[in-house]
Design a protein around this ligand. Sequence first.
Ligand code: NAI
Length: 251
Amino acid sequence: MAQTNTAIVSGAARGIGAEVARQLASDGLAVAVLDIDADACHQVASEIDGAGGASIAVGVDVTDEKAVTEAVDQVVGELGAPTVLVNNAGIIRDNLLFRMTLEEWDQVMSVHLRGAFLLSRAVQGHMINRGFGRIVNLSSTSALGNRGQANYSAAKAGVQGLTKTLALELGKFGVTANAIAPGFIETDMTRETAQRLGVSFDDFKAAVVADIPVARGGHPADVAHAVSFFASEAAGFVSGQVLYVAGGPTS
Ligand code: NAI
């Protein structure tokens, strides 16, 4: 009988991460719903369990080295060694360069890059032992540059470099690494952006959608389906790639 795959999804308490967790559970994986918001993690995990899936909630700050190691140990003990990792946890601290504080720069770098590094390093040994692993990292179209996001766009470009290096180092052990770079996805994160800009979410969305070739906003499920592909056993010859999930080509 095939062994069960176990996924860790960071930032899975809401938005894209929560949908990715639900998708992977419905694909038959056991899922660790990991987020700094422990209470919200429990809600997503109980929803997955209620739908017949297997999951646990793990409240952890991905920037905390010790907590990340303990969290991965907990997953190994309760669900089995992780074979899929989705580095999705993220924050925005937008500001124009001249107003951006060092704290805003450091916080964004830390959650996206330090967090993805710590989790990838903590799971890679388990994947290598199994001779199988899938790492999927959330980048963004902002990696190509975005006004007001010097910190975030640098972090999301960094995620692409990290992904390609993981693909190079881990490929021979049966482990692939790929990045997904979404465009505009309707979540609390983009609602916060509208709020910061002082416009209603509907107006913000209408302005963004005007430039999206498929003429709609993205949904967490659009990203979750792409993760599902990269996480699948059948995707073993696809590694080090960046897939833009943005409703059209990016430039
Ligand atoms: P969101 O803000 O709705 O959810 C992010 C989750 O990450 C939250 O549950 C939050 O508690 C968690 N988180 C934040 N800091 C953490 C930490 N230190 N440790 C553990 N968990 C932490 O965001 P959304 O929209 O679901 O985005 C998910 C990912 O997709 C992020 O990496 C984001 O940068 C990326 N993305 C989102 C896009 C969008 O349009 N919504 C577009 C492109 C990329």
